[in-house]
Design a protein around this ligand. Structure first.
Ligand code: ADP
Ligand code: MG
Length: 515
């Protein structure tokens, strides 16, 4: 029985798996797509499931039966997709993608049935504990022994530190297909410790937005050349296959143009026989310069830079001049203006030796290797990864106006795992016998909003008071403890009677386990 150790970057757009051979990272290759497996799932009429390049290709012409970017819905328990009669949750899609990864690992590394495939899987830094949990479940369902879930910027930093040997504050900018993640980490070479300091990002900003702007630009040209309204199939007067094959090909051309313009100043999109118009084939040809591309995408560049500038200005965990190295990760950081905008903010060059698209998987595989028990250097201590809480957690309380309900934070964004915090509360009504405690997690981009409705309900417990008292008299001690695995324990205690009530909440299931 062999033990295999892999790092998996389960991306919104692409998934990569990496393992070490003689100390060097090696990638698992996937049919038709090289080392990047498109995180796309397609189901055909016979209910066969396809994952990867084949699924992506089929989805271009049959977009109603394809699932893409499912990671953006991870742990959204109301979200499902039904394609050709088969229903998938976001976790199930992730597990199908991971199963494909596992099949290729078994093939490439000639694994036997009883071999254990150990995996470190990465997630965005802003993922809630819920989302981390679902990712882990997907890994287990796919048949991996999931060693650890680590954040993508942490993995990117590990890869860079291994390569360049850094001992400083590192700023990671990760612009992928659908998400934008920025974070600051401290690498400490001597103690082999990586510590997350602060994170931010935009969950809805990525390469897809660039594609969408170029797609709109191309469609605009086609509409003016043909006089058709192509905004919906109905209005277009084209039939289903013709319309969706047209939109699929234009979307592909938009992404091809974007990628080509990262290398060259000019690109010509040439789509022959796009559809039938006026009894003839309509051919679409357009030339796009990098200058025009940048002009169209200007609002996105502004979003990227303003988010970074705001983060730098508002974070109390680091200062701009303390940043030693800036790392670019994610496919969309290949866009020259994204790169130069970031370099201008920091006044320094970003490293170009490392491959932006693969850093996260490489780092994850170095982390996985630390579990193998094989010490490459006896003198070196084991590497440590210290993560931070990405969303504040607290309880619902009555605001001073006596009417509105607000979030009172107990554990704060940026606190280091594991942690324990206590706050004191009291009653709002005379002779209250039951004190309900509603637990909330701060919604993304809502850290500074007090209104409870902006936040995500997490769970509740209620404490019975034995000796009642006027409002404001009882002292209720509420303690939140968060362990490394993502389990939150909430304890409420009536100071007078000493009555305790605890719940352990494993995020992801509303059925909190009382004990
Ligand atoms: P994710 O982490 O979301 O899975 P990736 O880091 O793999 O995503 O990035 C995918 C995105 O990067 C896609 O939008 C893709 O079009 C874009 N991309 C890949 N290569 C390039 C390039 N050379 N120039 C511009 N964009 C690129
Ligand atoms: Mg990524």
């Amino acid at each position: 029985m062999n033990e295999i150790f892999v790092g998996i970057d389960l991306g919104t757009t692409n998934t990569l798996a990496c393992y070490l051979r003689r100390g060097r990272p090696n990638f698992i290759r996937f049919a038709g797509s090289g080392e990047m497996l498109p995180s796309v799932l397609y189901v055909d009429e016979e209910k066969n499931i396809f994952v990867g390049e084949k699924a992506k290709k089929r989805g271009v012409i049959d977009p109603l039966n394809v699932i893409r970017s499912s990671k953006t819905y991870m742990a959204d328990f109301d979200k499902t997709w039904t394609v050709h009669g088969k229903t998938f949750t976001p976790t199930k899609v992730a597990s199908e993608i991971l199963q494909e990864v596992k099949r290729q690992i078994i093939k490439k590394l000639h694994c036997a049935d009883d071999d254990t495939i150990n995996a470190v899987i990465t997630v965005p830094a802003y993922f809630t504990a819920n989302q981390k949990d679902e990712t882990k479940k997907a890994g287990i369902a796919a048949g991996f022994n999931v060693l650890q879930i680590i954040t993508e910027p942490m993995a990117a930093a590990v890869a860079v530190v291994h390569e360049l040997g850094l001992d400083e504050k590192i700023f990671v900018v990760d612009l992928g297909g659908g998400t934008f993640d920025i974070s600051v980490l401290q690498a400490d070479q001597k103690n082999r410790t990586y510590r997350a300091l602060d994170i931010d990002g935009d969950r809805k900003l990525g390469g897809d937005d660039f594609d969408a702007l170029i797609y709109d630009y191309f469609i605009g040209i086609i509409q003016s050349e043909t006089g058709l309204d192509l905004s919906t199939q109905k209005k277009s007067t084209l039939d289903y296959n013709e319309y969706y094959s047209m939109t699929g090909r234009v979307r592909e051309a938009a992404e091809d143009a974007k990628i080509a313009l990262s290398e060259q100043e000019n690109y010509t999109a040439d789509l022959m026989n796009l559809f039938q118009h006026d009894g003839k084939n309509y051919d679409f040809t357009v030339n796009l310069t990098r200058e025009k591309f940048n002009e169209i995408c200007q609002p996105l560049y502004e979003k990227v830079t303003s988010r970074i500038n705001k983060f730098i200005a508002e974070s109390d965990k680091f200062k701009l001049d303390e940043i030693g190295t800036v790392i670019l990760a994610g496919g969309s950081c290949h866009i020259p203006k994204v790169k130069s905008d970031v370099e201008n903010i920091f006044g320094k060059r970003t490293d170009t030796q490392l491959d932006l698209g693969t850093l996260v998987a490489v780092g994850a595989c170095f982390v996985a290797e630390t579990f193998s028990g094989v010490k490459t250097d006896i003198e070196q201590p084991q590497e440590k990864f210290e993560d931070i809480i990405s969303h504040s957690l607290g309880v619902e309380v009555l605001a001073s106006d006596g009417v509105s309900k607000v979030l009172s934070k107990i554990i704060r964004k940026g606190d280091v795992y594991p942690c324990q915090k206590t706050k004191l509360y009291t009653t709002t009504m005379d002779e209250q016998t039951t004190i309900p405690i509603y637990i909330y997690e701060a919604g993304s981009d809502c850290e500074n909003i007090a209104d409870i409705d902006a936040h995500e309900f997490y769970g509740d417990l209620s404490l019975e008071i034995e000796e009642t008292a006027p409002a404001g008299v009882p002292v209720i001690n509420v303690t939140f403890s968060y362990d490394k695995s993502g389990t939150l324990e909430v304890t409420a205690r009536d100071e007078k009677s000493g009555v305790n009530k605890s719940i352990k909440i494993k995020k992801g299931s509303r059925d909190s386990e009382n004990y």
